[in-house]
Write a new protein. Structure first.
Lengths: 237, 619
């Protein structure tokens, strides 16, 4: 549980430090008006759209969720019945597809900054296609494990497989949420054809796709048998 | 809503959202106005009514338990199996579906936009979705009562392996329904919580700096941040338990023999579940308490006609309590066994929380000190809260210490402690808050006499219920038990005490019906309240209309010139100065915020001629 705890402490530390900076010299009981230096130092709002603030907070929430899942993975690993994960090779291909999807999103963002609507449209569509491909690949990995008898009652024989299902399901749910927003943004570009109007949306989507990729890389790394064994050895040392 | 252009002028922050009435989602018919409304005030009322309705269900369950404990065997309605279901569902309903939903969903939605001077939440549609997911969660929880096997009886903490095993009531469909309900609740709350935080950070009106926010908003804000970070633990625990139940995984289920049969589970860790659950469960205490702390601060300041003592200290105390609340979860697991050094760490952090909490109590008392105290019904509830919270907190000192906790953990002492600190205290604040803001919501006062009857019977009655339980726990009377047959160490006097507690509980329950009656009747027949009946400073009392209309503030948003606690200011004509009253020598702004920002962006100075405050003020 140290990982989520450290995360929360870090988030709270940043929040408290920010508030400290905002408020240390302020004496609100003194009559001040609206135009004094007091207000400029303690306004406390961010110079970004509300959607960006919502995304930042949501990423903190999602990080808390994944950190807790990973903490559970480590704690479960310390039980006596742990056995290595049967790593389906398709996960490497899926990881590659997600990287391409992220690169496509990045190029959509760059095109939006340059105001090239056509390029934005194409990049978003390509990113969407890659995302669908990633999800299909994940389903295929599930089916592959299922066909090897790791689903249903047999799952209990391998706790690491159970975590594979948990990690991929949680990650896929977040990918689907992102895909919904991506779809809406793509539709807007298709109808509107004005890159400037969707620039903020595309930038926020890009941040989210970077996050999805980052989380996936951590999760898939933890499932790699060699890394998983290394973690287990460290936990028992 | 889109962001406004922002310059470096000191005038511009913190208004980041344009004041554009056209952006508001106005209802155009019955469904969009009253059912799927996107107005935060209405959503707050929907949350409030739903939470109170489900709270009544929770109260009935507690009465059924008290019938059995006070008068064993008097009714056949309660049996050992459904007694456990009543205990479990009472806990879940009261903690999650009533208190969390009412404080954050109800008061959060109603108060945040009004108190910070915003038209609405920044994402109204997401706000509406949040409420409807809450309704779905509540419906699923209620449905679980009627499934084969009934609702879960594994305790509100849903500890595995017992909760999953066949012998526990509701171990199948009832448990699955509860877990789905909790997961949906978390998703719905996350939508609402994101909105709360973004709105408080980005949509405050001009001049409403962080240190001019009323403490109610600080409490709701910090509790929301806690909930956003803590609820994922409940979510992931619910998903993992569902997988254990339906897919045969063994996250939490160890190798176990049930009814003579070896189950397919192997190697899971029930302690892992406890860590996840309490990582959510302890912050949950403060998710409920912090909004109560904030609201009670405002009730006390208004009714003592005095600035809250140590405003900045109160904010820091809220933040430090929030931070510490994530570092104490394992004190709920002392009896599960742990490394003694961990036990020492968690006992220490637990006791540390007493410091900022005590600061808050001192500040409430010092605010009352030499104040012009008005014993209104909200004030009675606020003072009642201070007493109950101190009493509940003191018994927490026992349970926070591992050596004292171990013998007390499974006794009625714990029931007494957490009910005093987490049930009676916040519920007293809830009632105080309802009496306080009801005139803004409806334009009429609640009946004062009925309110005082409600307060005194609730306050004295809850003490009659929970104070004796400390003594019972000290004698070793166990909690969660259906009956105490053949327990030689429990004297007969304990049974008499149980009967007394039950009678007190019936009286307290009865007087809640008086409160419900008061709310219904006063809506039409209550004394008209006017726009600012408590002569309060905060923005929700300065609206053009009472009840406030959609958009809250008429044509122009208010501009804030001062903090929320200018009561009894020396030299002032009135004993309160509203937050939107300009200081002496400063002219009020009369034009809209959009125009103002445009002026600023275009570089035109805001050089209005100075006017005396008396002529500029609203009152």
């Amino acid at each position: 549980m140290a990982a989520p705890l450290l995360l929360v402490v870090a988030i709270m530390f940043v929040t408290v430090a920010w508030l400290f900076r905002q408020t240390i010299n302020v004496q609100p009981w003194q009559e001040a008006g609206i135009g004094s230096a007091e207000n400029s130092s303690s306004g406390g709002s961010f110079h970004v759209p509300p959607a960006a603030v919502v995304l930042a907070i949501f990423l903190a929430v999602a990080t808390s969720l994944f950190a807790l899942s990973v903490a559970a993975y480590f704690m479960r690993m310390m039980q006596g019945d742990w056995s290595g994960f049967v790593f389906p090779n398709i996960l490497w291909a899926n990881t590659g597809v997600l990287i391409v999807s992220d690169l496509a999103m990045r190029s959509a963002r760059n095109a939006a900054r340059r105001g090239e609507s056509g390029a934005v449209r194409n990049a978003l569509a390509f990113c969407g296609a890659c995302t669908v491909l990633f999800l299909v690949g994940q389903v295929h990995a599930w089916q592959q494990l299922n066909s090897q008898g790791f689903f249903g009652g047999s799952v209990s024989s391998s706790p690491s497989n159970s975590f594979f299902y948990l990690f991929t399901a949680l990650h896929a749910a977040h990918v689907l949420g992102g895909f919904f927003v991506l779809g809406r943004t793509t539709l807007r570009v298709w109808r509107d054809a004005d890159a400037a109007r969707v620039r903020v949306n595309v930038e926020l989507c890009t941040t989210y796709w970077h996050y999805l990729l980052g989380v996936w890389l951590v999760l898939v790394a933890l499932l790699v048998p060699a890394i998983s064994e290394l973690c287990r050895a460290r936990l028992f040392s | 809503m889109s962001a406004v252009a922002h310059d470096e002028s000191p005038y511009a922050p913190p208004a980041e959202v344009p004041d554009n009435m056209a952006d508001l989602a106005h209802g155009h018919g019955f469904w969009s106005t009253y059912v799927f409304s996107q107005d935060a005030k209405w959503i707050g009322l929907q949350y409030g009514c739903t939470a109170l309705a489900v709270g009544l269900v929770g109260m009935v369950l507690s009465l059924l338990m008290r019938v059995q404990l006070g008068f064993p065997g008097v009714t056949s309605i309660v049996n050992p199996s459904n007694y456990l279901q009543f205990v479990s569902m009472h806990g879940l309903i009261m903690v999650v579906y009533l208190l969390t939903a009412l404080f954050l969903g109800g008061f959060g939605n109603y108060l945040i936009p009004l108190m910070i001077g915003a038209r609405d939440m920044v994402f109204p549609k997401m706000n509406m979705l949040s409420y409807w997911l809450y309704v779905v969660a509540v419906v699923l929880l209620m449905v679980s009562f009627f499934l084969p096997g009934g609702a879960t009886g594994g305790g509100w903490t849903l500890y595995p392996p017992a909760v999953i095993l066949e012998g526990t009531p509701g171990a199948g469909a009832g448990l699955i329904m509860t877990l789905v309900s909790l997961a949906i609740f978390v998703v719905g709350f996350t939508m609402g919580g994101l909105n709360f935080v973004a709105t408080i950070l980005q949509a405050r009106t001009r001049g409403m700096t962080l240190l001019r926010l009323p403490l109610s908003i600080w409490g709701i804000f910090t509790a929301t941040v806690l909930a956003l970070l803590a609820f994922p633990a409940l979510f992931v625990a619910a998903i993992m338990m569902m997988m254990d139940l339906t897919m045969g995984t063994s996250f939490f289920m160890p190798a176990i023999v049930s009814k003579g049969q070896q189950l397919a589970y192997n190697g899971g860790s029930p302690i892992l579940y406890q860590h996840l659950f309490w990582y959510f469960g302890h912050p949950e205490v403060y998710i409920v308490a912090l909004p109560a702390f904030g609201i009670v601060s405002d009730l006390i300041a208004v009714n003592a006609r005095k600035a809250i003592f140590g405003y900045r200290m109160m904010i820091w105390a809220i933040l430090i309590i929030g931070l510490l609340s994530f570092m104490v979860w394992a004190h709920h697991m002392f009896v599960s066994g742990m490394n003694v050094y961990f036990g020492f760490f968690f006992a220490t952090t637990t006791l540390f929380i007493a410091i900022p909490t005590a600061l808050k109590v001192y500040n409430w008392v010092l605010t009352l000190w030499r104040g012009d105290i008005h014993f209104t019904v909200p004030m009675l509830f606020a003072i009642g809260f201070v007493f109950s919270f101190v009493n509940g907190g003191l018994s927490g000192l026992f349970l926070g210490n591992a050596p004292a906790d171990v013998p007390l953990a499974h006794t009625m002492f714990v029931v007494a402690h957490f009910h005093m600190v987490m049930a009676v205290s916040p519920v007293l604040v809830l009632f105080g808050a309802i009496y306080h803001w009801y005139p803004k919501i409806t334009g009429r006062f609640l009946n004062d006499t009925l309110g005082k009857i409600h307060f005194w019977i609730t306050f004295v009655g809850t003490y009659c219920i929970f104070f004796p339980m400390h003594y019972m726990g000290y004698l070793g009377v166990p909690r969660r038990y259906y009956a105490f047959d053949n327990m030689q160490y429990i004297p007969d006097s304990m049974h008499a005490l149980n009967a007394f507690i039950s009678l007190s509980a019936f009286a307290v329950a009865l007087v809640q019906l008086v409160f419900v009656y008061n709310m219904f009747v006063s809506r039409k027949n209550g004394k008209p309240a006017g726009s600012n009946p408590w002569r309060a400073t905060t923005l929700e009392w300065q609206t053009e209309h009472t009840p406030p209309t959609h958009g809250n503030f008429g044509a122009n948003l208010p501009v804030v010139y001062r903090w929320a606690y200018d009561y009894s200011v020396p030299g002032a004509q009135e004993d309160f100065l509203p937050q939107n009253q300009p200081p002496a020598g400063v002219a009020p702004e009369n034009h809209g915020q959009g125009t103002m920002l445009l002026d600023l962006i275009n570089g035109r100075a805001m050089a209005a001629p100075a006017e005396p405050a008396a002529s500029a003020g609203h009152h």
